[in-house]
Design a binder for this molecule. Structure first.
Ligand SMILES: C[S@@+](CC[C@H](N)C(=O)[O-])C[C@H]1O[C@@H](n2cnc3c(N)ncnc32)[C@H](O)[C@@H]1O
Length: 223
Protein backbone atom coordinates (compact mmCIF):
# COMPACT_ATOMS: atom_id res chain seq x y z
CA UNK A 1 0.00 0.00 0.00
CA UNK A 2 2.77 2.48 0.88
CA UNK A 3 4.52 1.57 -2.37
CA UNK A 4 1.42 2.65 -4.31
CA UNK A 5 1.20 6.10 -2.69
CA UNK A 6 4.94 6.80 -2.23
CA UNK A 7 5.19 9.27 -5.13
CA UNK A 8 2.56 11.57 -3.59
CA UNK A 9 3.00 10.67 0.09
CA UNK A 10 4.58 14.00 1.13
CA UNK A 11 2.05 16.10 -0.77
CA UNK A 12 -0.87 14.18 0.75
CA UNK A 13 0.62 14.65 4.26
CA UNK A 14 0.91 18.41 3.79
CA UNK A 15 -2.57 18.86 2.33
CA UNK A 16 -4.47 16.52 4.67
CA UNK A 17 -2.85 17.93 7.82
CA UNK A 18 -2.91 21.55 6.62
CA UNK A 19 0.90 21.52 6.98
CA UNK A 20 0.83 20.88 10.73
CA UNK A 21 2.60 17.53 10.26
CA UNK A 22 5.83 19.55 9.83
CA UNK A 23 5.31 20.99 13.32
CA UNK A 24 4.64 17.51 14.80
CA UNK A 25 7.90 16.19 13.36
CA UNK A 26 9.69 19.34 14.58
CA UNK A 27 8.48 18.61 18.15
CA UNK A 28 9.73 15.04 17.86
CA UNK A 29 13.15 16.17 16.62
CA UNK A 30 13.40 18.78 19.42
CA UNK A 31 12.80 16.04 22.01
CA UNK A 32 15.35 13.74 20.42
CA UNK A 33 17.94 16.51 20.38
CA UNK A 34 17.37 16.88 24.12
CA UNK A 35 18.89 13.43 24.82
CA UNK A 36 21.98 14.22 22.70
CA UNK A 37 22.12 10.90 20.87
CA UNK A 38 25.10 9.88 18.77
CA UNK A 39 23.40 7.06 16.86
CA UNK A 40 19.72 7.34 15.94
CA UNK A 41 17.50 4.82 14.16
CA UNK A 42 14.45 6.34 12.44
CA UNK A 43 12.22 3.34 11.97
CA UNK A 44 9.42 3.26 9.36
CA UNK A 45 11.25 6.27 7.94
CA UNK A 46 9.08 6.37 4.80
CA UNK A 47 10.12 9.31 2.62
CA UNK A 48 12.71 10.32 5.22
CA UNK A 49 11.28 13.58 6.63
CA UNK A 50 12.17 12.73 10.23
CA UNK A 51 15.59 11.35 9.28
CA UNK A 52 16.50 14.52 7.37
CA UNK A 53 15.11 16.81 10.08
CA UNK A 54 17.27 14.92 12.61
CA UNK A 55 20.23 15.24 10.25
CA UNK A 56 19.84 19.02 10.35
CA UNK A 57 19.27 19.24 14.12
CA UNK A 58 21.95 16.88 15.46
CA UNK A 59 25.60 17.89 15.61
CA UNK A 60 28.31 16.69 13.21
CA UNK A 61 29.59 13.29 14.29
CA UNK A 62 26.07 11.95 14.93
CA UNK A 63 24.54 9.39 12.58
CA UNK A 64 20.92 8.83 11.57
CA UNK A 65 19.84 5.58 9.95
CA UNK A 66 16.42 5.67 8.28
CA UNK A 67 14.94 2.19 7.87
CA UNK A 68 11.79 1.02 6.10
CA UNK A 69 10.72 -2.16 4.31
CA UNK A 70 9.14 -0.32 1.37
CA UNK A 71 11.51 0.28 -1.56
CA UNK A 72 9.47 3.05 -3.30
CA UNK A 73 9.35 5.01 -0.01
CA UNK A 74 13.12 4.69 0.40
CA UNK A 75 13.57 5.83 -3.22
CA UNK A 76 11.52 8.95 -2.40
CA UNK A 77 13.81 9.58 0.58
CA UNK A 78 16.97 9.23 -1.52
CA UNK A 79 15.48 11.50 -4.22
CA UNK A 80 15.11 14.25 -1.59
CA UNK A 81 18.74 14.07 -0.48
CA UNK A 82 19.94 16.53 -3.14
CA UNK A 83 17.64 19.25 -1.74
CA UNK A 84 18.86 18.74 1.87
CA UNK A 85 21.63 21.32 1.77
CA UNK A 86 22.16 21.93 5.48
CA UNK A 87 22.63 18.42 6.86
CA UNK A 88 25.06 18.33 9.79
CA UNK A 89 24.80 14.70 10.93
CA UNK A 90 25.29 11.75 8.56
CA UNK A 91 21.97 10.43 7.20
CA UNK A 92 21.72 7.00 5.57
CA UNK A 93 18.81 4.86 4.47
CA UNK A 94 18.54 1.10 4.50
CA UNK A 95 15.86 -1.48 3.91
CA UNK A 96 14.70 -3.58 6.82
CA UNK A 97 11.66 -5.08 8.50
CA UNK A 98 10.81 -3.48 11.85
CA UNK A 99 9.61 -6.88 13.09
CA UNK A 100 13.02 -8.49 12.49
CA UNK A 101 15.54 -5.66 12.44
CA UNK A 102 18.77 -6.48 10.60
CA UNK A 103 20.71 -4.59 13.28
CA UNK A 104 22.97 -5.51 16.19
CA UNK A 105 21.78 -5.52 19.80
CA UNK A 106 22.37 -2.33 21.80
CA UNK A 107 23.58 -0.25 18.86
CA UNK A 108 21.49 2.98 19.05
CA UNK A 109 21.15 5.80 21.59
CA UNK A 110 17.66 6.68 20.33
CA UNK A 111 14.99 5.15 18.12
CA UNK A 112 12.26 7.29 16.54
CA UNK A 113 9.14 5.98 14.89
CA UNK A 114 6.74 8.56 13.43
CA UNK A 115 3.31 7.44 12.21
CA UNK A 116 4.77 3.96 11.85
CA UNK A 117 3.91 1.92 14.96
CA UNK A 118 0.20 2.02 14.04
CA UNK A 119 1.02 0.28 10.75
CA UNK A 120 2.96 -2.60 12.27
CA UNK A 121 1.40 -6.03 11.86
CA UNK A 122 2.65 -6.89 15.38
CA UNK A 123 3.21 -3.88 17.68
CA UNK A 124 4.56 -5.89 20.61
CA UNK A 125 7.17 -7.50 18.41
CA UNK A 126 8.16 -4.16 16.92
CA UNK A 127 8.57 -2.64 20.40
CA UNK A 128 10.62 -5.63 21.48
CA UNK A 129 12.88 -5.27 18.43
CA UNK A 130 13.31 -1.54 19.16
CA UNK A 131 14.26 -2.35 22.76
CA UNK A 132 16.77 -4.93 21.56
CA UNK A 133 18.64 -2.46 19.30
CA UNK A 134 18.62 0.37 21.87
CA UNK A 135 21.61 0.70 24.16
CA UNK A 136 20.82 0.42 27.89
CA UNK A 137 19.61 3.90 28.88
CA UNK A 138 18.67 4.67 25.24
CA UNK A 139 15.35 6.36 24.44
CA UNK A 140 12.37 5.41 22.30
CA UNK A 141 10.28 8.22 20.73
CA UNK A 142 6.89 7.33 19.24
CA UNK A 143 4.99 10.02 17.33
CA UNK A 144 1.50 8.78 16.47
CA UNK A 145 -2.10 9.72 15.94
CA UNK A 146 -4.06 9.55 19.16
CA UNK A 147 -7.53 10.37 20.54
CA UNK A 148 -8.61 13.99 19.92
CA UNK A 149 -10.36 15.93 22.66
CA UNK A 150 -14.14 15.25 22.73
CA UNK A 151 -14.93 18.83 21.64
CA UNK A 152 -13.11 18.47 18.30
CA UNK A 153 -13.85 14.77 17.73
CA UNK A 154 -16.97 15.20 15.53
CA UNK A 155 -15.16 17.53 13.13
CA UNK A 156 -12.05 15.35 13.16
CA UNK A 157 -14.08 12.18 12.54
CA UNK A 158 -15.84 13.84 9.62
CA UNK A 159 -12.47 14.86 8.15
CA UNK A 160 -10.98 11.38 8.55
CA UNK A 161 -14.05 9.55 7.20
CA UNK A 162 -14.96 11.85 4.32
CA UNK A 163 -12.73 14.83 3.45
CA UNK A 164 -9.34 13.15 3.87
CA UNK A 165 -10.04 10.01 1.78
CA UNK A 166 -11.71 12.09 -0.96
CA UNK A 167 -8.84 14.60 -1.10
CA UNK A 168 -6.22 11.87 -0.87
CA UNK A 169 -7.98 9.93 -3.63
CA UNK A 170 -7.57 12.97 -5.89
CA UNK A 171 -3.94 13.53 -4.88
CA UNK A 172 -2.65 9.96 -4.87
CA UNK A 173 -5.21 8.07 -6.97
CA UNK A 174 -5.60 5.66 -4.04
CA UNK A 175 -8.58 6.55 -1.86
CA UNK A 176 -8.47 3.10 -0.26
CA UNK A 177 -5.12 3.80 1.40
CA UNK A 178 -6.67 6.77 3.17
CA UNK A 179 -9.82 4.90 4.18
CA UNK A 180 -7.29 2.59 5.84
CA UNK A 181 -5.65 5.61 7.54
CA UNK A 182 -8.88 6.53 9.34
CA UNK A 183 -9.62 2.93 10.30
CA UNK A 184 -6.09 2.37 11.61
CA UNK A 185 -6.33 5.52 13.76
CA UNK A 186 -9.71 4.50 15.17
CA UNK A 187 -8.43 1.06 16.17
CA UNK A 188 -5.14 2.37 17.64
CA UNK A 189 -4.93 2.70 21.44
CA UNK A 190 -5.23 6.08 23.15
CA UNK A 191 -2.39 7.65 25.15
CA UNK A 192 -2.76 5.51 28.28
CA UNK A 193 -3.20 2.31 26.26
CA UNK A 194 -0.10 2.93 24.18
CA UNK A 195 1.91 3.93 27.27
CA UNK A 196 0.86 0.59 28.79
CA UNK A 197 2.04 -1.33 25.70
CA UNK A 198 5.40 0.47 25.80
CA UNK A 199 5.81 -0.39 29.52
CA UNK A 200 4.76 -3.97 28.78
CA UNK A 201 7.60 -4.16 26.24
CA UNK A 202 10.06 -3.44 29.06
CA UNK A 203 10.58 0.32 28.79
CA UNK A 204 10.77 2.52 31.89
CA UNK A 205 10.08 6.22 32.56
CA UNK A 206 7.31 6.11 29.95
CA UNK A 207 5.64 9.46 29.28
CA UNK A 208 3.04 10.72 26.84
CA UNK A 209 2.31 14.26 25.73
CA UNK A 210 -0.66 15.30 23.64
CA UNK A 211 -0.32 17.76 20.78
CA UNK A 212 -2.86 19.70 18.70
CA UNK A 213 -5.93 18.95 20.82
CA UNK A 214 -4.90 15.34 21.29
CA UNK A 215 -4.87 14.53 17.56
CA UNK A 216 -1.26 13.39 17.89
CA UNK A 217 0.80 12.22 20.87
CA UNK A 218 4.50 11.86 21.54
CA UNK A 219 5.39 8.89 23.77
CA UNK A 220 8.85 8.33 25.13
CA UNK A 221 10.35 5.44 27.10
CA UNK A 222 13.79 4.44 28.28
CA UNK A 223 15.44 1.07 27.85
C1 LIG B 1 2.72 6.46 7.51
S1 LIG B 1 4.33 6.03 6.97
C2 LIG B 1 5.34 7.02 8.03
C3 LIG B 1 6.57 7.53 7.34
C4 LIG B 1 7.39 8.57 8.10
N1 LIG B 1 7.90 8.06 9.35
C5 LIG B 1 6.66 9.86 8.31
O1 LIG B 1 6.76 10.45 9.40
O2 LIG B 1 6.01 10.34 7.38
C6 LIG B 1 4.52 4.41 7.63
C7 LIG B 1 5.73 3.68 7.11
O3 LIG B 1 5.86 2.45 7.85
C8 LIG B 1 6.47 1.53 6.98
N2 LIG B 1 6.31 0.18 7.55
C9 LIG B 1 5.16 -0.47 7.86
N3 LIG B 1 5.44 -1.70 8.35
C10 LIG B 1 6.80 -1.82 8.37
C11 LIG B 1 7.69 -2.84 8.77
N4 LIG B 1 7.25 -4.00 9.26
N5 LIG B 1 9.01 -2.61 8.66
C12 LIG B 1 9.47 -1.44 8.16
N6 LIG B 1 8.69 -0.43 7.75
C13 LIG B 1 7.37 -0.61 7.85
C14 LIG B 1 5.76 1.76 5.66
O4 LIG B 1 6.48 1.24 4.57
C15 LIG B 1 5.67 3.29 5.64
O5 LIG B 1 6.74 3.88 4.94
Amino acid sequence: MFGRIAHRYDLANRVLSGGIDIYWRFCLVRSVRGVQPGQVLDLATGSGDVAFALGKALPPGSRVLGMDFCTPMLEEAEAKRASQTNLRAAVEFSQGDALALPLADASFDAVTIAFGLRNMADRARCLSEIRRVLKPGGTLFVLEFSRPWPLVRPLYDFHMRHTAPALAGLLTGDRGAYDYLGESIRSFPGRDGLAGEIRQAGFSAVSASAMTMGIVALHTGRR
